[in-house]
Design a protein around this ligand. Sequence first.
Ligand code: PLP
Length: 444
Amino acid sequence: MSDPDHWSGSPETEAELTGAAMRRRPRAQALELGGRTLSPATLMMGHGYDPALSEGALKPPIFLTSTFVFENAAAGKRFFEGVTGKRPGGGDGLVYSRFNGPNQEILEDRLGIWEGAEEALTFSSGMAAIATVLLALVHPGDVIVHSAPLYAATETLIGRILGRFGVKWLDFPAGATREEIDAVLERAKGMGRVALIYLESPANPTNQLVDIEAVAAARDALASESKVPIVIDNTFLGPLWQLPLKHGADLVIYSLTKYAGGHSDLVAGSVVGAKAIVDPIRAMRNTIGTITDPHSAWMLLRSLETLELRMSRAGENAVKVCEFLRGNAKVEQVGYLGFLEPGSRQADIYKRHCTGAGSTFSLYLKGGEREAFAFLDALKIAKLAVSLGGTETLASAPAAMTHLSVPDDRKAALGITDNLVRISVGVENADDLIADFDQALAAV
Ligand SMILES: *Cc1c(COP(=O)(O)O)cnc(C)c1O
């Protein structure tokens, strides 16, 4: 919705309507100045919100309402035509809060900015976003091709829940080459219609990157009637360190619960992409009601104002912390995107796709569960909790927590060993964090 017309309305549209049937639009805001494209960090303070429409309030109020009053019956009809897709062009006005609301619309406009996307949608959780995308794009008998591993709940959704409706899947390892991806797509074609290619990069908890450009090239080489969409979960590096739409992805998914929300105080999700792929997902969201609530949307607007500051600081902290950890005698290995082996395939993907190594990494201690638990129990600043991307540093043991139910052979294949500690570095003082990790390692 970063299309400026979205706000001003085309003259034809205005002429068609009596004045009262038009929705009042926020004053159009500059996306560039003196030939200079304004950066997302600047636009997060005001884009998509016009104080004149809210009593001059500098910040948007939270619109706690379930429904919206039409100025006349013609306006109601026109708004419904937009919502139901009877008239192309999308919603012209607000109708009912299961479809959209002012806080969510402002949030969607601002989220789209980061990836230069035409449209964005927000959801009540990252999983609500993923489920709505899959319900919108997949039919019985279809095949989903995906990178592996995926976020555990996503694997459950694709493998076990969609499986009940006759949907099949086939995967390739996250680091796969073009040839390997070609081979999997060829096999998938023999199983049914390939509905979408679903990626997650870097993969959790292996941190393996997917070569999005190779996937896009393999997809483009497919002889199929319509272009198979490439969908990617960009929660770990986006929207600051990896912009998948630029590398050939069609739809980018976020758990906004993580870096975008950034304060570990809300659960939400989003998708961004071109209007053509977002429209059917919006229609599905309208039907099943997976939209985020106004309060979470408002909190996310506040979060986005500091997104670049927070992520930059967390990224800088992670470099320092990982350098320290790598040199400690009790550490076996640090799985951090900043330490990829020069010349390796992963380093090549990183160079082409990423502008930063993020702040979530894997720490392998010498020993096993006993050592990992002793380390976690000794931490004084870092909190022992799952999740990531918050202002505070979190640490957890995937084998005993997030991945406890994963079968042992699959755990071994994914490197989810008992000595693995997952760490998400926050925005604290880096030297304080290092002091905390130093004393916790001494306690092992
Ligand atoms: C957390 C997470 C999700 C799920 O998001 P929720 O907001 O918890 O529903 C999906 N993908 C990845 C990579 C995640 O880290």
